[in-house]
Design a protein around this ligand. Structure first.
Ligand SMILES: [Zn+2]
Ligand SMILES: [Zn+2]
Ligand SMILES: [Zn+2]
Length: 313
């Protein structure tokens, strides 16, 4: 058999778009350590690009929703909960409580600013807030968007969460719900547990809501935030930028996510390749509206064109 026609077996794990160089592929060949290679390097090393072309095909439609013909219920074997189940409470932790804020006298419009002594301490107002119906600092108590969040099958991931409605920057999206346990409990899930205050975690491995399925992205569009409600910490997700209906909602799992290095398929231009790994560059979503910044312009283009849909090789 002709030497050149021997197919070299390698596995493409993910790609990233380097701001300084160019698109790179994280490749693993046989038992060798995975390494980042540019398109040129790949072409010079490998004559047979069938696998790469397969990969391109696979990503051609990006992370668009694929028809869910198999009718698998994402919540199969899980228990959907309306609120957290507290199996652990850290009695030594000082959780701030709400006071009657001064917003009425300060002409605040909604209690959602640092001038509100509750909001500024991460505390939700109570129903007794003097702002009455104008008080919007009661997200977790009043708003429930869960009916507008759909769990869907993605091309790359098993499940993801897509929104039916628009969110503006800083809007409350939903609450992370599950069983509250001690972070020292050896039975807690490494994957589905999120920190809740000093020593507590919310474990959503079995008792959960749709937010259990939020995927990681190296440029997420949402982030979690602790809020104190009625003397208990709760975990809420807020929009980092405008999120449009039919967009997938993503968060950054952070550096402490899982002990096992897990490949990241987010395809963001700064993708670390590994969830929780070092990113190509940090992206500050607060600078989203500053078109003078070269990086922001690049990212705007990236999101406008959804580069992952056309990966040239
Ligand atoms: Zn207030
Ligand atoms: Zn208020
Ligand atoms: Zn990534």
């Amino acid at each position: 058999m002709n030497q050149l026609s021997v197919s070299r077996r390698y596995k493409i794990l993910t790609t990233r778009i380097s701001m300084n160089s160019q698109r790179q592929f994280l490749l693993k060949r046989g038992n060798c350590k995975a390494q980042w290679l540019t398109v040129e390097e790949i072409e010079s090393r490998y004559q047979n690009l069938n696998n790469l072309n397969e990969f391109r095909e696979k990503f051609r439609k990006g992370f668009s929703i694929i028809p869910d013909n198999d009718q698998i219920d994402p919540f199969e074997n899980l228990i959907q909960v309306q609120s957290n189940c507290y199996k652990f409470f850290d009695v030594n932790e000082c959780i701030p409580t709400a006071s009657i804020c001064n917003c009425k006298n300060n002409n605040s419009s909604d209690c959602l600013n640092e001038g509100c002594e509750n909001f500024s301490r991460g505390v939700e107002c109570t129903p007794l807030c003097l702002m009455g119906d104008d008080c919007s600092n009661r997200h977790l108590q009043i708003i429930n968007n869960e009916k507008d969040l759909d769990v869907f099958r993605t091309k790359q991931y098993n499940w993801g969460v897509i929104t039916d409605i628009d969110f503006h920057k800083d809007d409350f999206i939903a609450e992370y719900k599950g069983i509250v346990q001690s972070c020292y409990d050896r039975t807690i899930s490494q994957i589905y547990s999120m920190d809740l205050g000093r020593t507590s975690v919310i474990d959503a491995s079995r008792w959960c809501n749709a937010t259990r399925f939020l995927n990681h992205c190296c440029i997420p569009n949402a982030q979690s935030n602790l809020r104190a409600v009625d003397g208990l910490w709760r975990l809420a997700f807020f929009a980092l930028r405008k999120i449009e209906a039919n967009e997938e909602i993503t968060i950054d799992y952070g550096k402490s996510y899982s002990q096992n290095a897990e490949i990241c398929y987010c395809q963001a231009p700064n993708c670390a390749g590994i969830i929780g790994g070092k990113k190509e560059f940090e992206f500050n979503p607060n600078k989203w509206n500053e078109p003078s910044n070269e990086q922001t312009q690049f990212l705007k283009r990236f999101f406008a064109e959804k580069l992952w849909e056309t990966i040239p090789i």
